[in-house]
Design a protein around this ligand. Structure first.
Ligand SMILES: Cc1ncc(COP(=O)(O)O)c(C=O)c1O
Length: 367
């Protein structure tokens, strides 16, 4: 029998988020290169800090994750009161949409921006508006052209997932300067720790210049290897932080996550190892795949985006990889059915991926 209770109409417009796969039926040895997780895992210090929290499972966590906020404040020279922690930055994306937009409002993002922005817009009844890109890169002018009286929030991931491309700090500053004051600019730096370009900024310093309308998002899921514990954070003015506190989950950041995060921030050697590993293998993967005839973006994250000749070729390549247990990310829901996103893995994973794709393309293109 059909249920007599009905979800709101705007909720039915949402296509549920499809995470990167973790398993292939009938294949036991899996190499997961589909979710931008670090192949080095978390700092051993973070692991023991999480285990240390096992003796306190009956206790509620400290609600504001104060130890994490203070550790971040110390690391980046920030005001701990303006940091808000949640169970993953994806939660903060949803909160921001709900706090600042509703039916009749618009939420703007770049055409191949992280898909959570579109889902967040639909979930609060707002209209998602996607600005065209140039060469799979955010186009500031296209975003500015699409700003209307109804635009409330602009989400921008820098570097972006799944394209990997990023904007230099000058373009970010120009975007903020040219946006109306009434539009909240949310800069999502999920991959910020990986970027080593001199002209890159995650935007933390923009908060003092534009306290009224900038929020920065960061996460412990990527370089810190704590995706499974769920912890993301925002930095903004105190006023905007207080708005987030009104709706955030009260006990969503667990004691385990908080302890592990503090240890992870302090283990700068481990973080540097993860950055160095990426700095070595990201260009290697790009060069190798490009030499195989695939179009690659200039990714600054911990993943590459490979474009095949067609959707069919990408799907066949995905099938070939999966049959050998290598899982990458297909991107149909991004309108990138001809692409696969590949997370940088350990040396043997990267090499296995390249030789499987070489074998596939030699067969399919007759090379
Ligand atoms: C650009 C971007 N923002 C946010 C997130 C969400 O991260 P989390 O909710 O794990 O903190 C991701 C994860 O893939 C991402 O790629």
């Amino acid at each position: 029998m059909e249920s007599p209770v009905k979800p709101l109409a705007h909720v039915l417009k949402i296509e549920p988020y499809l995470p990167g796969d973790s398993a292939v039926a009938g294949v036991t040895k899996i190499t997961k290169m589909s979710s931008n997780e670090t192949p080095l895992g978390p700092s051993p210090e973070a692991r023991s800090a999480a285990l240390g929290a096992m003796d306190e499972l009956e206790r509620y966590p400290e609600s504001s994750a104060a130890i994490v906020r203070h550790a971040l404040a110390e690391r980046y020279g920030l005001d701990a009161r303006r940091i808000v922690c949640e169970a993953g930055s994806e939660q903060l994306i949803n909160l921001i949409a709900r706090i600042f937009a509703g039916p009749g409002d618009e939420i703007l993002y770049s055409a191949h921006g992280f898909i959570a922005y579109k889902i967040a817009a639909l979930s609060c009844g707002a209209t998602p508006v996607a600005a065209p890109e140039k060469n799979l890169t955010t186009d500031v002018d296209a975003l500015l052209r699409l700003v209307s009286e109804r635009t409330r929030v602009l989400f921008l991931a820098n570097p972006n997932n799944p394209t990997g491309t990023s904007l230099p700090s000058g373009e970010i500053l120009r975007l903020r300067r040219e946006l109306p004051e009434s539009v909240l600019l949310v800069l999502d730096g999920a991959y910020a720790e990986y970027v080593q370009d001199e002209d890159y900024t995650s935007g933390l310093e923009l908060v003092s210049e534009y306290p009224g309308n900038v929020v920065i998002l960061r996460t412990f899921s990527k370089i810190y290897g704590l995706a499974g514990l769920r912890l993301g954070w925002s930095y903004s003015s105190l006023e905007l932080a207080m708005a987030l506190h009104r709706l955030r989950g009260v006990f969503t950041v667990t004691t385990m996550a908080a302890r592990a995060a503090v240890a992870a921030i302090r283990d700068q050697d481990h973080e540097q190892r993860a950055r160095d590993h990426n700095a070595r293998w990201l260009p290697w993967l790009n060069e190798q795949l490009s030499a195989l005839g695939l179009d690659m973006t200039d990714s600054k994250g911990n993943f590459v985006l490979a474009r095949f000749a067609s959707d069919e070729e990408a799907a066949a390549a995905d099938f070939h990889l999966r049959s050998s247990g290598v899982i990458t990310r297909t991107l149909k829901e991004y309108g990138l059915g001809d692409c696969l996103r590949v997370t940088v893995g350990l040396e043997e994973h990267n090499k296995a991926l390249v030789s499987l794709l070489q074998e596939f393309l030699a067969g399919s293109r007759g090379g």
